[in-house]
Design a protein. Structure first.
Length: 248
């Protein structure tokens, strides 16, 4: 599904990704772990096409289609979704309006008709109910004055509504208390599907107690330096990243 080969990228003339290769097959959840500054967020930004991240070599494709030549909105229309480490607050825009706009933009890019208001409300109510979100919260300005846990819930709600093919969660666990962590993990686990895949980026093993990865990769100094099963995350928790920092 997601295929990355020898991907190199720089920011402000500094090479950050130094040849990343990674395959995430449909139906699987892969974790990327690594020390601070390893390039984890850079990888997610390069994949989603954020401005300022220049690809200098290699390839990345989703379902066999080149991603790197597409605009960010086109990548989103193909089903790529990146959760934010720090969710946006948008004063004056109700969460429901924001999500409806995002869904309709995605539909437009796919050449599909816009949803009617009743269709949208029906979907939104069903998703809110399944994620135990108070529907009134969705009428408030997006994320403004929301607690950390509420922001995360909102993000999972957006994810469920957009129903992405490939999801990237970048340190979505940072700053979450245990209840919020459980909400996020349940939401993410509910989205596991045979035709969907996920990349879970995290510095800590804790999240992986809740979201069980099929594979774990260690990113250090811009390269994948080790890959293994879930036991690799436990080893990192015990022994830290030193061994891999030296290997890089
Ligand atoms: P991680 O997410 O693994 O902590 P990042 O991808 O955020 O790592 O950062 C990787 C490296 O790239 C770091 O050395 C960081 O200082 C550098 N970097 C990231 N973003 C920028 C930027 N916008 N400008 C300059 N350097 C950056
Ligand atoms: Mg970091
Ligand atoms: Mg990061």
């Amino acid at each position: 599904m997601l295929s990355i080969s020898n991907l190199r990228a720089e920011v402000d003339g500094n090479e950050i990704l130094k040849g990343v290769s990674l395959e995430v097959p449909a139906g699987e959840v892969h974790a990327i772990m690594g020390p601070n500054g390893a390039g984890k967020s850079t990888l997610s930004y390069v994949l989603t096409g954020r401005e300022g991240y220049e690809v200098t070599g290699g390839t990345a494709s989703l379902d066999g289609q080149d991603l790197l030549s597409l605009e960010p909105a086109e990548r989103a229309a193909k089903g790529l979704f990146l959760s934010f480490q720090y969710p946006l607050e948008i004063p004056g825009v109700p969460a429901l309006t924001f999500i409806r706009t995002a869904m309709n933009a995605q539909r437009k890019a796919r050449g599909e008709p816009e949803m009617t208001a009743p269709e949208f409300l029906k979907l939104a109510k069903a998703a809110a109910a399944s994620l135990k979100i108070d529907f009134d919260m969705l009428k408030r300005a997006l994320n403004v004055g929301f607690s950390g846990g509420e922001k995360k819930r909102m993000e999972i709600f957006q994810m469920a509504m957009l129903s992405p093919r490939f999801l990237i969660l970048d340190e979505t666990d940072s700053g979450l208390d245990i209840d919020a962590l459980r909400i996020v993990s349940e939401g993410v686990n509910a989205m596991r599907a045979p035709d969907r895949a996920m990349l879970v980026i995290t510095h800590y093993q804790r999240l992986l107690d809740y979201i069980k990865p099929d594979r774990v990769h260690v990113l250090s100094a811009g390269r994948i330096v080790a890959s293994g099963g879930p036991e690799l995350a436990l080893e990192l928790e015990r022994e830290g990243y030193d061994k891999y920092a030296r290997a890089a």
